[in-house]
Design a binder for this molecule. Structure first.
Ligand code: 13P
Length: 249
């Protein structure tokens, strides 16, 4: 049985003080939660304060990116060791906003995943097609290529999570239908089986991201191959994030 994961990707929102306020309001909601694994991925500057507040709870901490080198003259970058020492468990890799605005390529994704795995952190690998690619019915081809390149020369992907996030659904209010999402998740699971083996395919968690809201989460999460969600906008408010977590049942 795969334990569902609901992770909040806060993107460039919330100062350390706002993070503290969010968690003060959110933690009482999830005190006895055993339904899903919960993670929050705040900006780097909030990792320390978030860790202080959640370290004695079951909530996991994640970062939104990492550099593939251990250390060095890389102004503006953060290493795996820094993230681990700040209390992180997860690292989002290859988010479409990184791919679109910050020169992330399948090659840099591959380097980052290798480094994250060797540092005993868990990657959340984001994949997904653009609207133009979907209109040309290329979604499977694109996602296949992204995943094959991300895992190139990697033999053991450990606990890696894959987030299927169609670019056209991110921040647009237009979510993939449960059927569209299920079809892609099923495709990804079969691909993992062919790249690794059946055991890995059955174990890997494939989560959905793109305009998840309390109103659509239940139907999306009820699909067979959907193991939770990566939530952007709706994870910024304690009540809407909690409602999405509850939808996992
Ligand atoms: P939204 O939930 O705001 O569409 O963002 C999804 C996302 O990009 C999560 O990584």
């Amino acid at each position: 049985m795969r334990k569902p994961l609901v992770a909040g990707n806060w993107k460039m929102y919330k100062t350390p003080k706002e993070t503290e306020e969010f968690l003060k309001a959110f933690l009482p909601f999830v005190q006895n939660n055993e339904i899903a694994e919960i993670a929050i991925c705040p900006p780097y500057t909030s990792l320390y304060i978030a860790h202080q507040q959640i370290k004695d709870t079951s909530i996991k901490l994640g970062a939104q990116d990492v550099h593939w080198e251990d250390e060095g003259a890389f102004t503006g970058k953060i290493s795996c060791k820094m993230l681990r020492d700040s209390g992180c468990h997860y690292v989002i890799i290859g988010h479409s906003e990184q791919r679109t605005y910050f020169y992330e390529t399948d090659e840099t994704v591959n380097k980052k995943i290798k480094k994250v795995l060797s540092n005993h952190l868990v990657p959340i690998l984001c994949v997904g097609e653009t609207l133009e690619q979907r209109n040309q019915n290329q979604q499977k081809e694109i996602v296949k290529m992204q995943i094959e390149k991300a895992f190139q020369t990697i033999k053991d992907i450990g606990e890696t999570v894959i987030a299927y996030e169609p670019v056209w659904a991110i921040g647009t209010g237009i979510n993939a239908t449960p059927e569209q999402a299920q079809e892609m998740h099923n495709f990804i699971r079969s691909l993992i089986q062919s790249l690794f083996n059946q055991e890995v395919a059955e174990k890997i968690r494939i989560i959905y991201g793109g305009s998840l809201k309390p109103e659509n989460a239940k139907e999306i999460f009820s699909q067979k191959d959907i193991d939770g969600g990566l939530v952007g906008g709706a994870s910024l408010k304690p009540d809407s994030f909690y409602k999405i977590i509850q939808s996992v049942i």
